[in-house]
Design a binder for this molecule. Structure first.
Ligand code: SF4
Ligand code: SF4
Ligand code: SF4
Length: 163
């Protein structure tokens, strides 16, 4: 089960969203957190995957460095305030692959594709010499499972650029 929420992470881990903004829990927004979160830490303690942490003013932030979101809703159900809205999509963030992907250096790797349950990481063998990985934006749900899988830190979860 989740832990106390007193755990701390590096600044990089906590502020890895778009433009360095923190990634907030599913079914929340920066606005709903600023408006309604009282910093009680109940959602952080409730997360069975231990991906929620206390961020600025004790408000919850997500880090995928050690785990993924299973969309279990435990965080939303633990919150007694009006921060979470389960009637909305969980979030719009998705995986983005950077130039650090070692395929771009001609070295074979499939660590991330094997970890994506919904098969949103598409391996394109036609790219020379060792292929390339692309994110299928119609499939990626932003769960973050691929982040820890990539030992080269080439994957971030953020608001993607739409094609
Ligand atoms: S939905 Fe579940 S796994 Fe995802 S952040 Fe909330 S408690 Fe954690
Ligand atoms: S695990 Fe990382 S380095 Fe390997 S293919 Fe995926 S993104 Fe590239
Ligand atoms: S964030 Fe989840 S769904 Fe998206 S590519 Fe990574 S593992 Fe697949």
């Amino acid at each position: 089960m989740g832990r106390s929420g007193s755990q701390t992470l590096s600044r990089r881990a906590l502020f890895s969203g778009k433009h360095g903004a923190p990634i907030r829990p599913p079914w929340t927004s920066e606005t709903s957190i600023l408006d309604a979160c009282i910093g009680c830490g109940d959602c952080v303690a409730a997360c069975p995957e231990d991906i929620l942490f206390n961020g600025p003013a004790n408000t919850p932030v997500v880090s995928f460095e050690n785990g993924e979101c299973t969309f279990c809703e435990a965080c939303a159900k633990a919150c007694k305030e009006s921060v979470f809205d389960l009637d909305q999509p969980a979030w719009t963030i998705q995986a983005v692959i950077s130039d650090s992907c070692i395929l771009q250096s001609g070295i074979s790797c499939r660590l991330c594709t094997d970890n994506c349950e919904v098969e949103a990481l598409v391996f394109d063998l036609s790219q020379r010499p060792v292929g390339a990985v692309f994110v299928d934006q119609d499939l990626c749900n932003g769960c973050g499972a691929c982040v820890a899988a990539c030992t080269f830190s080439a994957i971030s979860i953020m608001e993607p650029q739409r094609d």
